[in-house]
Design a protein around this ligand. Structure first.
Ligand code: NAD
Ligand code: MG
Length: 385
C-alpha cells in the first residue's frame, strides 16, 4: 500500500491523482489533502477517501467545510491556514507527497515534505524554478526522491532509465505551441482570455494554460529540467511538436534519440511517479498510431513568444533572476486572467521586472520569499491602477 498526500488536491493534477488512486484502491491510500477555496470538491474527497487531514487556506471555505461536517462523524481532521498546509505536507503517515498546488507558494510545503523524509511527486514546477538549488540540496540531505510529474520531465526521466548520465548530449523538450502557435505579435494584440484558455491538447488549470499560450510554461520547464536532470541550459532544447504525442526526448552522444510517447493524459506521468520504478496497468487510452495523421516539429518563435527567451536568460543568470521571472509571470498572468491587461502586456511586465532588479545569490529560502515579495510590490505599485 502506498500512502499519498496531495497538496492542491482539488485542481487539475490533484483531481487526476485522485483518479489514479481510484483506479486501484488496494494499492493507494489517501492520507492528507489540501486546497485553497474549493470546499465543495473537498467535501466529496473527504466523503470518498476519508483522509486523515484536510486543509483549506481560504477562511470562508474552511468555515463552510466545517459547518458541512458539523453533525457528521468523520475521521478526517479539518484544518485551516498555511501552517496547517505545511503540516499536511509533512504528515508522518505519507510515503509520497504529490505537489499539485499552483505557483511558488508550493515552495515551503515541498521543503516541509522533504524535511519530513517524504518522496515528492513534483507537478508544481514553480518550486523548482525559484528554489531548484535548495530543493535539490534538501532532497539529497534527507535522502528523498524528486519524481517528475510534468509530462515532459516524466518523459525525460523515463528516457534516461538504464543509461549513463555522462552519455547524454541534449534534452529535447517538446512543446505543443499552445493555442497561438504560428501567430505574430501583432495578431496577439487583442486575443481574449477565452481564446488563451482554449488549449488544443491539454485540459489544465488556468494559470498553466495561459503559461502554455505565452510559452512561459516551456520556459519554466527548461529551468525545471536544468535542476531535475543536472543539464546546462545550452543542452536543453525546446522543440514545438503540436500533436503532443512525443512527450520529450533524450539525445545521447552516439546520436541515438530516445523518446517517450503516449496519448496526452497526465494520469500516466502521475502513475509513473507514484510507482517508480514499477510499471502498472494502464490508466490511459492506448496510442493508436494509425489515427495520427503526422508528427510535426518546428522551431519555437522566440521573437513573438518572448517569455521563453526570458526564461532561458533568467535561468542562465541564476541567483534570484528565476524568482524575479516567476514572480512577474504569476503577477502578470493573474492580471490577464482578470482582464486587466492585454496578452502581450504579460511579456512586457516580465521584461520590466527582469530589468528592474539586480541579481543576487540565494542564501536560503527567505531570500526567495523576500525577493518574490519585492517584485510583486514593485509591479503592484506600477500596474495595479
Ligand atoms: P489548478 O489551478 O487546477 O489547481 C491548483 C490547486 O492548488 C488547487 O487545488 C487549489 O485549491 C490549490 N491552490 C491554489 N492556490 C492556492 C493557495 N494560495 N493556497 C493553497 N492552495 C492553493 O492547477 P493545475 O493545473 O492542477 O496545476 C498545478 C501545478 O502543476 C502547477 O504548478 C502546474 O504548472 C503543474 N502542472 C500542471 C499540469 C496540468 O496538466 N494541469 C501539467 C504539468 C504541470
Ligand atoms: Mg509540461
Amino acid at each position: 500500500m502506498k500512502n499519498i498526500s496531495i497538496i492542491g488536491a482539488t485542481g487539475s493534477i490533484g483531481t487526476q491523482t485522485l483518479e489514479v488512486i481510484r483506479s486501484d484502491i488496494h494499492k493507494y491510500k489517501l492520507i492528507a489533502v489540501t486546497a485553497n477555496k474549493s470546499y465543495e470538491k473537498m467535501i466529496h474527497i473527504i466523503d470518498e477517501f476519508n483522509p486523515e487531514i484536510a486543509v483549506l487556506t481560504d477562511e470562508m471555505a474552511y468555515k463552510n467545510l466545517c459547518s458541512y461536517f458539523k453533525d457528521k462523524s468523520i475521521k478526517t481532521e479539518i484544518k485551516f491556514g498555511m501552517e496547517a498546509l505545511n503540516e499536511a505536507a509533512s504528515n508522518k503517515d505519507a510515503d509520497i507527497v504529490v505537489t499539485s498546488i499552483v505557483g511558488m507558494i508550493g515552495l515551503m510545503p515541498t521543503i516541509s515534505a522533504i524535511r519530513a523524509g517524504k518522496d515528492i511527486a513534483l507537478a508544481n514546477k514553480e518550486t523548482l524554478v525559484v528554489g531548484g538549488e535548495i530543493v535539490k540540496e534538501e532532497a539529497k540531505k534527507y535522502g528523498v526522491k524528486i519524481l517528475p510529474v510534468d509530462s515532459e520531465h516524466g518523459a525525460i526521466f523515463q528516457c534516461l532509465q538504464g543509461n549513463d548520465h555522462k552519455a547524454v548530449k541534449n534534452i529535447l523538450l517538446t512543446a505543443s505551441g499552445g493555442p497561438f502557435r504560428g501567430k505574430t505579435e501583432e495578431e496577439l494584440k487583442n486575443v481574449t482570455v477565452k481564446e488563451a484558455l482554449n488549449h488544443p491538447n491539454w485540459s489544465m488549470g488556468s494559470k498553466i494554460t495561459i503559461d502554455s499560450a505565452t510559452l512561459m510554461n516551456k520556459g519554466l520547464e527548461v529551468i525545471e529540467a536544468h535542476w531535475l536532470f543536472d543539464m546546462p541550459f545550452k543542452n536543453i532544447k525546446a522543440i514545438v511538436h503540436p500533436q503532443s504525442i512525443i512527450h520529450s526526448m533524450v539525445e545521447y552522444k552516439d546520436g541515438s534519440i530516445i523518446s517517450q510517447m503516449a496519448v496526452p493524459d497526465m494520469k500516466l506521468p502521475i502513475q509513473y511517479a507514484l510507482n517508480y520504478p514499477e510499471r502498472c496497468e494502464a490508466v490511459i487510452e492506448p496510442l493508436d498510431f494509425f489515427s495520427i495523421p503526422s508528427l510535426q516539429f518546428e522551431k519555437p518563435d522566440l521573437d513573438t513568444f518572448k517569455c521563453l527567451k526570458f526564461a532561458y536568460e533568467a535561468g542562465e543568470a541564476g541567483g534570484i533572476m528565476p524568482t524575479v521571472l516567476n514572480a512577474a509571470n504569476e503577477y502578470a498572468v493573474d492580471l490577464f486572467l482578470k482582464e486587466k491587461i492585454s496578452f502581450n502586456k504579460i511579456h512586457e511586465i516580465i521584461y520590466d521586472a527582469l530589468n528592474s532588479f539586480e541579481n543576487k545569490c540565494i542564501k536560503d529560502v527567505n531570500t526567495i520569499i523576500e525577493e518574490n515579495k519585492k517584485v510583486i510590490n514593485y509591479l503592484k505599485n506600477k500596474y495595479n491602477k
